[in-house]
Design a protein around this ligand. Structure first.
Ligand SMILES: Cc1cc2nc3c(=O)[nH]c(=O)nc-3n(C[C@H](O)[C@H](O)[C@H](O)COP(=O)(O)OP(=O)(O)OC[C@H]3O[C@@H](n4cnc5c(N)ncnc54)[C@H](O)[C@@H]3O)c2cc1C
Length: 429
């Protein structure tokens, strides 16, 4: 648990609006499984489902509750692509970057299939709008769309000219945009709990309040918790920024960056329906971005701000409300902010995902860099393929090189802050 985490999760709209979730026991004593998965977020749960489908016996260890981490708190925007497709292309070349892009397209398909197959009631709405705040940023977005269309052949985009943007979003803030019909949004905690139910039904044994505290490596690793241990053939680490001391070399390669969301009171039906065409998810292209969408019950969920210190910004609800009313000035000044919460994004230095092996039989999935809602599904599938002996797609990602943030946590924070300040200034200027 990171500094101020308690306060961040206490007032979450998702927790208030999702079913309680099945309480699972803590691990007590030693048990045996083919695979031990560490981390009950979207990545770990996806891996368990894919492994169980392939006939493996699976134990999942979760330090807190299933969906407690980023997976149960995020913006819910399921988006095609990676946080940095450029970094992937620079390292892998055009053909393999295209293969990686296709994995993300499969991720959106997989998400839809799981919602349908497991009958997960999670308010999924298709449609995603990427918006630029001025002409210069609109040109950059347009150039990116054209070059990505050429490179990846993605057919789901529609460019929205300056003159038409008002038909898509009732805001004076945006100049032009790009609509993506395949991406969309959902209630992430409901989706996560739905995956946990599917995993349970597939025979996965889930243990909550069972932090993995050590791994004895070898042909049959032993993963220990305070109350027990799991002897297994393979381990999958999906602990995000919370893995910490379990494998310090992995923790050094990701930086926890705080990001925050508020939920308004439910808006009058006419007002909610008039804000964003077809209730698409929206995200601007600024470096410190605003991301927002309507919830199933008509609230505006508005996310943004960042914190590099892991401390929650002061006056969170008020400052987020001010940002929100800059986008939608038609919202009343006294609109009630019913919920304010946040969490930590696992950013890698180059923003590309970081998948690989600590040992031949110990795999890890991390570094989704704010693009995990859809990609975690495929990450789980790829690691299951690799364990089953078909590692081609997993190794596509494992080939990506990553660097530790220099100087450990104390130094990497100021270095990152300086870098981010530079980009923030560029946005402002
Ligand atoms: C506020 C916010 C908004 C976001 N918005 C979006 C968005 O709109 N779209 C998008 O694509 N992505 C978004 N993201 C990112 C996305 O949520 C993540 O990429 C994704 O949820 C990562 O899933 P995960 O399973 O890797 O990690 P998590 O969901 O964090 O799960 C990791 C789990 O591992 C457990 N764990 C850690 N160590 C141990 C251990 N030693 N033993 C046992 N358990 C352990 C933790 O308790 C935790 O439950 C957002 C993130 C945040 C925080």
């Amino acid at each position: 648990m990171l500094a101020s985490e308690d306060a961040l999760i206490r007032n979450s709209y998702y927790t208030a609006s999702a079913p309680a979730g099945t309480a699972e026991p803590s691990l007590a004593g030693e048990t045996r499984a083919d695979v031990c998965v560490v981390g009950g977020g979207l990545a770990g749960l996806s891996a368990t489902i894919e492994l169980a489908r392939r006939g493996y016996s699976v134990v999942l260890l979760e330090a807190e509750r299933v969906g407690w981490g980023a997976s149960g708190r995020n913006g819910g925007q399921a988006i095609v692509g990676h946080a940095s497709d450029d970094a992937i292309e620079a390292q892998l070349g055009a053909a393999d970057a295209r293969r990686a892009w296709d994995v993300t397209v499969d991720g959106l398909q997989l998400l839809r299939e799981r919602i349908a197959d497991y009958k997960i009631d999670c308010d999924f709405v298709p449609g995603y709008l990427s918006v630029a705040v001025n002409a210069r940023k609109a040109s950059a977005l347009r150039r990116w769309q054209e070059s990505s269309e050429r490179a990846y052949g993605y057919p789901h985009w529609r460019w929205i000219e300056h003159g038409d943007i008002g038909d898509w979003i009732a805001s004076p803030r945006f100049y032009a945009g790009l609509h993506d019909a395949l991406s969309g949004h959902l209630h992430p905690l409901k989706y996560c709990l739905g995956l946990a139910a599917a995993a349970r039904a597939a025979g996965v044994r889930i243990f909550e309040h069972s932090r993995a505290t050590g791994i004895a490596r070898g042909a049959q690793p032993l993963v220990s918790t305070a109350g027990g241990a799991v002897r297994c053939d393979f381990v999958v680490l999906a602990g995000n920024v919370y893995l910490g001391g379990l494998v310090p070399a992995l923790a050094a390669r990701i930086m926890p960056v705080g990001t925050y969301i508020v939920a308004t009171e439910p808006l009058p039906h006419g007002l909610a329906g008039a804000l964003i065409r077809d209730r698409a998810a929206v995200c601007d292209t600024n470096f410190v971005l605003d991301y927002f969408r309507l919830s199933g019950d008509g609230r505006l969920l508005f996310g943004g701000r960042v914190s590099y210190s892991t401390m929650t910004p002061p006056n969170l609800a008020q400052s987020m409300k001010a940002r929100m009313r800059k986008v939608f000035p038609q919202l009343a000044a006294d609109i009630s902010i019913d919920f304010a919460w946040g969490g930590f994004v696992d950013i890698t230095m180059n923003r590309a995902p970081d998948f690989g092996r600590v040992e031949p039989n110990i795999f890890y999935l991390q570094g989704f860099s704010g693009h995990g809602v859809a990609l975690t599904g495929m990450a789980g599938r790829l690691v299951a393929e690799a364990i089953a002996g078909q590692a081609e797609r997993f190794d596509l990602y494992a080939r990506l090189r990553h660097h530790a943030f220099p100087g450990g946590r104390m130094l990497r924070t100021p270095a990152l802050v300086l870098g981010m300040l530079y980009y923030r200034l560029r946005d402002l200027l």
